[in-house]
Design a protein around this ligand. Structure first.
Ligand code: SAH
Ligand code: F3S
Length: 477
């Protein structure tokens, strides 16, 4: 999956198939938003697979429809509401059909969802999926059911996710849940709760299991992977001091990365998302040490202006961010970076905007994910700041930022031309069925003609002879 966030204008992805011959009921499960939601849907499918449900891609034959929703921007929520309205006729035709909402919107709106959307029978927050079997008993009895309790411990560590609709070569492995950072614009701390790290043994076990099932690339997932810290469980605040915590046999993110790289030495490893404030140099050192850790970091910055970074509570400056990039490039010379940028945050001036553009030029990102600021109810920015950049100004600045990123991406792609790259085959190119598509270590998409003997999941040496803005054109050697 090249895109980190699913385009909010597109419909969510419904993906099959979790089959168990003895199961008689059908689940239609559609996911919106970030990779974490897609990964969570695999946990939900696994739980429901044990409850008699196989997944289906055909909503008409479903007994249960679940939407795993996103709240990150208003538009994401509108998309889900529109989708829900499309189920009305289905529900009329099939009164026993249960429609449920999972994920961040469920958590944000809670019982309001049941009041606002008459169609919805079931509302389940991201930490309550284990309760689905009980909640479904309620809905089977004709009652609405809701569980939006957030947990300080739940990591679903023992649940083996069913791999839905992937390509069979690449998979997500969740390592942390929730976020403690409290960026002022962000709804995630409210919808996904406190940050907690998953037991490293269960992570390693899952990675080895994936290798044995033929997977050749994993992405370690978390809202903020760099703050991964395992110290035997329990919330961080239960420890009186950092030194007390250190005394326990803690595992940090760089140590986890190292452990995974050793445990599955031929598996390609990626991770997402990194946070500049929590990222440490030892992560880059581990990256440099292991050939199987991809040389790519998604490092959201949100703005190039210190004034705005402070208002966003990002806890780092422009200079610190640039320093981090500079140091990383010294340790891992061929590393590539991508960004997230929020355009038109409260009080953003033309000068701030220019600073964002100049930061982008300085870093020369390979990719970017750029969004106009969307005020989210309940966030610190909503409570204390004014969303005062007019929509047309946001749009104009966004267009400028996207255009600049386009030019930078093209430049970076050009830099990959004339060299060979290790490309992992992820599937057939959408445009040409005689070509494979895959990605190099730096996460650049590469297409090349298929040759006898090559198959999904193979790592192929490809000579890159040309490029477009976002794709490398190559020939396998
Ligand atoms: N650490 C997380 C960030 C989740 S939010 C991760 O795993 O990626 C993803 C991105 O959405 C953020 O980096 C930010 O650029 C964008 N975003 C978050 N809140 C937003 C808002 N209120 N308006 C516009 N974009 C927002
Ligand atoms: Fe959101 Fe900031 Fe956490 S963007 S997910 S609060 S790191």
């Amino acid at each position: 999956m090249q895109e980190k966030y699913i385009d909010e204008n597109k419909q969510g992805e419904a993906f099959a198939i979790a089959e168990k011959p003895t199961n008689s009921k059908k689940l239609f499960l559609e996911s919106y938003g970030c990779q974490m939601n897609f990964s969570d849907s695999e946990i939900v499918a696994s739980i429901l697979n044990e409850q008699g449900y196989n997944t289906t891609l055909n909503q008409e034959e479903a007994d249960l429809i679940l939407l795993n929703t996103c709240s990150i921007r208003e538009k994401a929520e509108q998309t889900v509401r529109m989708r829900l309205s499309q189920f009305k006729s289905l529900k009329k035709a099939k009164p026993n059909l249960t429609v449920g909402v999972l994920g961040c919107m469920a958590e944000r709106l809670k019982t309001k969802f049941l009041e606002e959307e008459q169609l919805v029978d079931l509302v389940v927050g991201p930490d309550a999926y284990r309760d689905l079997p009980n909640l479904l008993k309620e809905t089977d009895g004709g009652r609405d059911a809701i569980n939006v309790i957030l947990s300080k411990e739940e990591t679903y560590a023992d649940i083996n996710p069913v791999r839905l609709g992937g390509n069979g070569a690449t998979a997500f492995v969740t390592i942390t849940r929730g976020c403690d950072n409290m960026c002022t614009f962000c709804v995630v701390p409210f919808t996904r709760g406190r940050e907690r790290s998953r037991d490293p043994h269960s992570i390693i076990e899952e990675c080895i299991g994936l290798w044995d099932s033929g997977y050749r690339e994993i992405t370690l997932l978390g809202q903020n992977v760099d703050s991964y810290l395992w110290y035997g469980g329990g919330p961080k605040k239960d420890f009186k001091s950092a030194s007390e915590m250190q005394k326990l046999t803690a595992v940090s993110f760089s140590q986890l990365l190292d452990m995974v790289a050793v445990a599955v030495p031929e598996m390609r490893i990626r991770f997402s998302t990194s946070n500049p404030h929590d990222m440490t140099m030892d992560v880059f050192e581990v990256m440099a040490r292991h050939h199987n850790i991809c040389k790519y970091v998604h490092l959201p910055v949100q703005s190039g202006s210190n004034r705005i970074l402070e208002k966003m509570n990002r806890q780092h400056t422009r200079e610190e961010y640039l320093n981090l990039i500079r140091n990383a490039r010294q340790i891992v010379p061929d590393i590539s970076f991508s960004q997230d940028m929020i355009i038109g945050f409260c009080g953003e001036s033309e000068e701030d905007h220019q600073l964002t553009l100049s930061l982008m030029k300085e870093v020369e990102y390979d990719y970017g994910y750029m969004f106009a600021y969307s005020e989210r109810p309940g966030t610190p920015a909503h409570k204390k700041m004014e969303d005062d950049v007019p929509a047309e100004v946001k749009q104009r600045r966004l267009t400028e930022v996207i255009a600049l990123q386009g030019a930078l991406s093209r430049k970076r792609m050009e830099g990959y031309v004339g060299r060979t790259h290790e490309v992992l085959i992820e599937g057939t190119s959408k445009k040409n069925e005689n070509q494979w598509k895959g990605r190099n270590s730096q996460n650049a998409v590469c297409v090349f003609d298929k040759q006898e003997g090559q198959k999904l999941g193979d790592i192929v040496t490809v000579f890159v002879y040309g490029n477009t803005q976002g794709t490398l054109l190559g020939t396998a050697e």
